[in-house]
Every structure is written in structure tokens, then in C-alpha cells.
Design a protein around this ligand. Structure first.
Ligand code: LLP
Length: 456
């Protein structure tokens, strides 16, 4: 028997409901996290500790060491399938945003399920191909595609270039002419919508570097249509990330649909409308729209405007892998008695930069619960910066060597990791039922210095 994290009850141990609460936060958050529509609660508490699917995190830490990223295959597929179900019966493609988690194991799970991919670099293209993804299901976003990246994507035969500027359109045409291929094109529209998220991850405002300004889009389409090396096939937008409400997405969709109508008045028809990614997940007390609600709200807009015949694309990243992953870390030691209490752990800002960079709140759960009363701790890493913190002011009952799970870190965790302070990057594991597959071994000291040399 397993209790989902957040149900606030652990069979056979009546003390644990309160401990679970004092270990982390509010009832509202727990209830939100236990919503089965949000990825099937992959991390569950049993009497003997936290599990990912049917594997004890304690065992994973022993087998693979810490810090360790742990992902649930079932949760990744559950979220992907929610998109598929919400889009059933219409021409559509889910293009997983590789940047959220580019591990080959993760990509292969999604490729086998039939997912498409949204890439932003030649490195991501190579990863998708290596993981068995079909190039014909890849869209290529990004404001600064290089000549080499464009050429590689043309040679691979990707579905579409999401073009973000006038200069990119020119470059694409020139390179396509040289390579002898016609480049499939969509223009990424900057709809000038405030998505109400952290300013670093809002991308659809006039002040942001992304996309083509709404009032320049038609002129650029005219040019693309007149260019023999380009083939206009779509239109797209992406307004930001970790967005809870549907309203900003709906406003952006309406602006996109205005442009589709305007293009049709000029006899230009697009095959697909790409509405981007950006749907938020629950970290603390957010109440994001469900995948079904989000997709439903947008498809209704598209249908109401008479464009239900167009293929719809989505580019979700976080909402597919975010809740499916946790970062497992071990307490190196406790520093108490002078100012805040610090739990110094073996993961750091190089492994998970979201708290330092965005002031992000991460749910910290002890793998095994202790009965002693909780104290308030700041959870910090060993890096030589005061910005190296993972969580603050958490009521926890802790001792050295305890294991902690940092939940909902499957997206933008490992993908933003670095080797700062010459720390070897974490290993990554995908759990599938009662089995665990290592999909990235821990970096070694040799890996750290590979490619470098001392002066002769
Ligand atoms: N499509 C494009 C063009 C994007 O730029 C992004 C994310 C996505 C799709 C996927 O968005 P998602 O569904 O994952 O929200 N590092 C930040 C998030 C940056 C997102 C950048 N673009 C964080 O940790 O919050």
C-alpha cells in the first residue's frame, strides 16, 4: 500500500500525517500534488520511506550515490498521454521541448510514444536523432540559429524552422539555396502578452528578444512566400513558462488567429498553428490549469474561429517532465546555534539552479521521517557563494547522512546543471515499475577535465 505524497496519510503509522505536514508545507499544496491528473504522483511515501514508483529512494541512493536525479517513466508517459488524449480526433502533434530535460533516456521514452520535439540548438537535434526521434517531427525554435545548425537541420529534414527575425529568414533562404533544399518555415509571432510569470521566463512581451513583432509579421510572410527557397507551412508563438492561467495563452492564440485570417485574405494558407508550451506545474500552492483544460481552452478558440482543420502543435516541456523527477541529496552536516540553522547537503546550485536564479520554491521531503521535533533549516550546498541555496526556512527533523528528495525537479534541473566549483554533475536514473535504469553515469574527474590541457 502506498500513500501519494500529499495525501497526508501513511498506512500503519498514524503519526506520519502530521510529520508529513511539518516536513514541508500546507494542506493545499499536498492536495494539489496528489491530483492524479497531474502526472500520476510518481513519488509516494510508504511506511519505510519515499519511493519512486516501486523503487525505494534509499536503495537508489545506495546503488547510484548522490546527488542523483530520479525520473519516473510512468509519470512522463502519463503527462504525454494527457496531451494525446486532449487532442484526440484532430490533426495535432506534441513537440516535447527538449531543453526541459534532454537526457537520451527521457527522449527515447517520448520518441517511442510517438512524440515530436521542439529543439533550440544543433546539440538538441543530435540528441533527438540519437534517441530515435523522427526528424520529420522536429520544430526548430530559437533567436540565434547559426549557419551550421541551420544546415544540419535542413540535411536532417526537420518539419519546420520557427523563424524569429528578418535576418534569420534571409540566412535560411541563402543556406537552403546552397544546400539545395526548400526550407519549411513558420514565423514565431511575438504577441505582446504579459503571461504573469517570472520576468526571466516571460518571452512574449514587446520588450523580450523573442519572435517577430506582431505588426511586422505579415510583411515577413509576404517575403517568405515570394522566396523560392522557402516554403511557408505554419505560424507559432510561445509566451513564457510556468504559467498557471489559460487566459494569457488564449489571448495569444487570438492574436495568432487574427494573423491567420489576415494571411488567408492574401491567399496564404498555413498548414499548422503551433501554440507553444509554457503550462505551469505545482511546486507549492499554484493551481495551474490541467493539461486537458489548457488544451481544451485553446482548441475551442481555434475551432470557434473556423480553423479547426489546421494541424495543431504544442511545445510542452515542464508539464511533461517537471513533476516526474526528483533530486536526491544527502545531508553532509548540520550547522546550528548561530543565526539560521543550515543543513549542508551534497547537491548545490550547480545541480539545481532554479532557487538561486528565479527564487524558486522547491518541495523538500525527507526520504525517511524522524520522530524528533522539527527545527527550521536552510538547505544549502557546498558551493562558495551565499546564493548557493536550495530551500529556506523549512521545518524538518534532520541528522547528518539523512537523505532528502527535492520534488518536481524533472524539468530545468539537470538540463541547467553546470560543473561550477569543479563539481562532477549528478547521475540520472529512470525508474520503470520496480526497475531502475541509469541513463547518465555520474561525471568523473576525468570527464571534468576532458578537452583541457596545460600549456606546453
Ligand atoms: N517552446 C519554446 C520556444 C520555449 O522557449 C520553451 C521554453 C518551451 C517551448 C517549453 O516551455 P515549458 O512548457 O517547459 O514551460 N529555465 C526556466 C524555464 C525556461 C523556459 C524557456 N523556454 C525555468 O527553470 O523555469
Amino acid at each position: 500500500m502506498a500513500a501519494q505524497i500529499g495525501q497526508g496519510s501513511v498506512p500503519g503509522t498514524s503519526c506520519c500525517a502530521e510529520q508529513l505536514f511539518s516536513a514541508g508545507g500546507t494542506r493545499a499544496r499536498f492536495e494539489a500534488m496528489s491530483d492524479p491528473a497531474r502526472g500520476g504522483a510518481p513519488f509516494v511515501r510508504r511506511a519505510d520511506g519515499l519511493y519512486c514508483e516501486d523503487v525505494a529512494l534509499q536503495d537508489l541512493a545506495q546503488r547510484f550515490g548522490t546527488p542523483l536525479y530520479v525520473y519516473s517513466r510512468r509519470a512522463i508517459l502519463d503527462s504525454y498521454q494527457q496531451y494525446v488524449r486532449a487532442l484526440a480526433g484532430r490533426a495535432a502533434m506534441v513537440c516535447y521541448a527538449v531543453k526541459a530535460n534532454p537526457n537520451l533516456g527521457v527522449l527515447s521514452v517520448l520518441a517511442r510514444a510517438g512524440s515530436g520535439f521542439d529543439i533550440v540548438s544543433g546539440g538538441e537535434l543530435a540528441r533527438v536523432v540519437a534517441a530515435g526521434g523522427a526528424p520529420s517531427r522536429i520544430v526548430f525554435s530559437g533567436v540565434g540559429k547559426t549557419e551550421g545548425e541551420i544546415e544540419a537541420a535542413l540535411q536532417a529534414g526537420i518539419l519546420c524552422f520557427n523563424v524569429e527575425s528578418e535576418f534569420e529568414l534571409r540566412d535560411l533562404s541563402r543556406i537552403a539555396a546552397r544546400v539545395g533544399r526548400r526550407a519549411p518555415v513558420s514565423l514565431r509571432v511575438n504577441p505582446h502578452i504579459d503571461p504573469g510569470t517570472h520576468p526571466y521566463i516571460a518571452t512574449g512581451l514587446k520588450s523580450s528578444k523573442f519572435g517577430v513583432a506582431h505588426d511586422q509579421v505579415l510583411e515577413l510572410y509576404r517575403r517568405a512566400c515570394a522566396d523560392p527557397h522557402l516554403q511557408v507551412i505554419g505560424i507559432d508563438c510561445h509566451i513564457g513558462s510556468q504559467i498557471s492561467q489559460s487566459a494569457p495563452f488564449e489571448q495569444a492564440a487570438e492574436r495568432l488567429l487574427d494573423l491567420v485570417d489576415a494571411l488567408e485574405r492574401e491567399n496564404v494558407t498555413v498548414d499548422h498553428i503551433d501554440l507553444g508550451g509554457g503550462l505551469g506545474i505545482v511546486y507549492r500552492d499554484e493551481v495551474p490549469a490541467s493539461i486537458e483544460q489548457w488544451v481544451g481552452a485553446l482548441t475551442r478558440r481555434v475551432d470557434a474561429r473556423g480553423h479547426g482543420d489546421k494541424t495543431l502543435l504544442f511545445e510542452p516541456g515542464r508539464s511533461i517532465v517537471g513533476s516526474a523527477g526528483a533530486l536526491l541529496t544527502r545531508v553532509i552536516g548540520l550547522k546550528t546555534g548561530a543565526g539560521p540553522n543550515f543543513a549542508i547537503v551534497d547537491a548545490a546550485m550547480n545541480d539545481l539552479i532554479r532557487p538561486a536564479l528565479y527564487d524558486a520554491w522547491i518541495d523538500v521531503q525527507p526520504v525517511s521521517l524522524r520522530r524528533e521535533p522539527a527545527q527550521t533549516f536552510d538547505i544549502v550546498g557546498p558551493i562558495c557563494e551565499s546564493g548557493d541555496w536550495l530551500a529556506r526556512d523549512r521545518p524538518l527533523s534532520l541528522r547528518a547522512d539523512d537523505l532528502l528528495a527535492l520534488l518536481s525537479t524533472g524539468a530545468y534541473g539537470m538540463s541547467m546543471a553546470s560543473t561550477y566549483n569543479s563539481r562532477c554533475r549528478a547521475a540520472e536514473v529512470i525508474v520503470d515499475g520496480n526497475r531502475a535504469h541509469c541513463v547518465r553515469r555520474r561525471e568523473s574527474i576525468e570527464d571534468l577535465m576532458a578537452g583541457e590541457s596545460v600549456l606546453p
